[in-house]
Design a protein around this ligand. Sequence first.
Ligand SMILES: O=c1ccn([C@@H]2O[C@H](COP(=O)(O)O)[C@@H](O)[C@H]2O)c(=O)[nH]1
Length: 273
Amino acid sequence: MTNKQLVDQIRIKQSFLCIGLDVDINKIPKHLLLEEDPLFAFNKAIIDATNHLCVAYKPNIAFYEAHGLKGWKSLEKTIQYLNTHYPEQFTIADAKRGDIGNTSSMYAKAFFEDLGFDSVTISPYMGKDSVEPFLEVEDKHTILLALTSNEGAYDFQTQMVDGIELYKKVLVTSKTYKNAENLMYVIGATKATFLKDIRKIIPDSFLLVPGVGAQGGSLSEVCKYGMTKDVGLLINSSRGIIYASKGIDFAEVARVKAEELQVQMAIELKKLI
Ligand SMILES: O=c1ccn([C@@H]2O[C@H](COP(=O)(O)O)[C@@H](O)[C@H]2O)c(=O)[nH]1
């Protein structure tokens, strides 16, 4: 999917919501445990109930890898279901990968070619040759961790290196990579006030913003500092939507929670006109 197609979807749906599919076998409704593939059954119900309210889905790969081969199968079925039934959805493999060049090429093949995701999250820590193999793939997006939502972000990301905060160095340096137009960045919603400075370095790039809902980030603050004329934001919520009810009505309650965010997003989008 191209950036333009993503922006078109945002305008059509009046939403820049990304729903995180962090499916945890201990948190899903008990009746689903009788299904052949409970993780997929849960995801399918959530996707069917919420797809008209969001523009992206983000399975966090850890929740699938935790179940070995069975979990990987559930992931494969989920992305295939999305690509077949809802091809307009932007898909994000939240895998946080990155390694020496030839290994990164294999990760790119796994997530872009084999599984067919539109994008994958990558750690910038190993530098240029670990990121560029992902950027080579046409119409696919590499989402670089820049300033994350967690408390530990202050351990390294905000520390000064060569007179500049490390997360800013990530932004500035990554802009010089080959095919940098395929880059997006992760900025935590809990760091919304940093967005003013961030937009001076990357005025137009798309940002994946996790951390609203369960982690306490504010949607309106993120929009205030981070929104561009082409929106430039995908705001993620996982637990706040998918586990809003643990009962038989889980998908319907997820729809209600997603709609609450979508309504707020539509209000923010009106400010752009
Ligand atoms: O900085 C980051 C990067 C990634 N995440 C991931 O996003 C979701 C957030 O889930 P919530 O339940 O909405 O808190 C989860 O998959 C994280 O691993 C992040 O939170 N912060």
